[in-house]
Write a protein that binds this ligand. Structure first.
Ligand SMILES: Cc1cc2nc3c(=O)[nH]c(=O)nc-3n(C[C@H](O)[C@H](O)[C@H](O)COP(=O)(O)OP(=O)(O)OC[C@H]3O[C@@H](n4cnc5c(N)ncnc54)[C@H](O)[C@@H]3O)c2cc1C
Length: 402
């Protein structure tokens, strides 16, 4: 194990960064976290802590804290243009969207930060601009003009990480999946309930409205966009594009269209996966979305970020040499990442029908899947309602004794 004085710099304070900071400092490393934003970025929608991530949260003593921050969502309804539920999946349904530990992304970021802030040196409003490594360490320059030497540097700064480029080169790694998403928080309306409501419109569009525990509603608008059109987009195009795409979508589209005019906190991005060929280069390494973003369509981005950070810290704590630790981290995690990144055929296009008939057929398919008979049939084969079996089956989480 490296000595307790080993200085490690982490770039990014969202999910992967604070998780890594928690475990590294627990193992005795000297940890600094640099975050580009002036404070924690607490935006975003419902995410869930599932599979091996739930086990890690339990090991950190945070399961009840996460449970207490539950979004209050009781399940998902697939609704038609008249807001009638065509299919309903309750929270207890192992095949539904709503999971047991459903939490707002911002609440989870806060919980992980609070759990690690006393043990690590967090620095906001700064970022890495240069990295020069030699046999004994890494000289880091920051945008603030500061320079400092660390023994290891880890990028946990997300799908659009620029630190990744400084670490492993600028080979294109973002694989666009043909889908764009806008996330925004909107005032609660009279039709909002404790159900998530999923509405499929024609022309390959989906609107999702979900309750939160803050008295507001979390909205997302999703639509397919070909690669060549996506490649031409600049930030100035986002709002006009959203307003154009939501026209005549029906249901609560006018409500969202008004928000696109007035809401200043819209997070818009193409949905894609990161497949970095190497997760380390000498004393520099990647984790979380920066290394292997699986895309929100998998529902596993947060889980992979948490598991990856935990494994990386454990491998560093249990190997004498960082090269062996980085190699072992990648060897353990890559098969799991690759299995999550393997999308079923037709995803995401299959749930984005072009015609009104396609929408009708899809809603009927959801209704069949939600029917008691099919649920019983699936229940015969599914183990998803056995949480411990799910945790074990998904990934063999190592327990590090340090
Ligand atoms: C504001 C925001 C909202 C999101 N909303 C959703 C959502 O609604 N649903 C969903 O599925 N996923 C969402 N995500 C992505 C989700 O958090 C990740 O997919 C997943 O949890 C993995 O987390 P991560 O820590 O690897 O990366 P991220 O969560 O992307 O965090 C990266 C962090 O690094 C910081 N950063 C970026 N560049 C630098 C730099 N050069 N130097 C230092 N710090 C830097 C960012 O400010 C951010 O805090 C959101 C991410 C952000 C940042």
């Amino acid at each position: 194990m490296p000595t307790a004085a080993t200085k490690i710099l982490i770039s990014g304070a969202s999910i992967a960064g604070p998780m890594l900071a928690f475990w590294l400092s627990k193992y005795g490393f000297d940890v600094t976290v640099v975050e580009r934003a002036a404070s924690l970025r607490l935006g975003g929608q419902n995410i869930d802590v599932n599979g091996p991530a739930r086990k890690i949260i339990r090991m950190m003593g945070l399961e009840e804290t996460v449970r207490a921050a539950n979004t209050t969502e009781i399940g998902t309804q697939f609704v038609n243009a008249d807001n009638e539920a065509e299919a309903t999946f309750s929270k207890d349904d192992p095949n539904g969207l709503t999971q047991e530990l459903e939490i707002l992304r911002g609440d989870l970021v806060s919980i992980l930060y609070e759990a690690s802030r006393d043990k690590a040196d967090y620095r906001f409003d700064d970022y890495i601009t240069g990295l020069t490594q030699d046999t004994n360490g890494v000289d880091v320059t920051f945008n603030s003009g500061k320079t400092e030497r660390f023994e290891l540097v880890i990028a946990a700064d997300g799908i659009r990480s620029r630190t990744r480029k400084l670490m492993v080169g600028d080979e294109p790694m973002f694989n666009y999946l043909g889908l764009c998403t806008a996330y925004l928080t909107i005032p609660k309306g009279p039709t909002d309930t404790n159900w998530a409501r999923w509405y499929t419109a024609d022309d390959r569009r989906v609107i999702l409205l979900r309750p939160d525990n803050k008295g507001t509603t979390r909205a997302s608008f999703n639509f397919l966009l070909p690669q060549d059109e996506y490649d031409k987009l600049t930030p100035a195009d986002y709002k006009p594009l959203l307003k154009e795409k939501i026209q005549n979508a029906g249901w609560e589209a006018p409500r969202l269209a008004r928000e696109f005019d007035t809401n200043d906190d819209i997070y818009f991005d193409g949905v894609g996966q990161i497949k970095a060929p190497n997760w380390s280069n000498g004393r520099l390494a990647l984790t979380g979305d920066a290394a292997y973003c699986p895309a929100p369509v998998t529902g596993k981005g947060t889980t992979l970020a948490m598991v990856g950070a935990y494994v990386l810290a454990g491998e560093l704590a249990t190997h004498a040499h960082y090269q062996d630790a980085f190699a072992s981290y990648e060897k353990r995690l890559r098969p799991y990442v690759e299995s999550v990144q393997k999308l079923p055929p037709g995803v995401p296009w299959i749930v984005y029908p072009k015609s009104k008939l396609g929408v009708f057929v899809l809603n009927k398919a959801f209704a069949v899947a939600a029917s008691d008979a099919v649920k019983k049939l699936i229940g015969l084969f599914s183990k998803k309602d056995d949480k411990h079996a799910e945790e074990e089956a998904e990934f063999d989480l190592p327990e590090y004794t340090v």
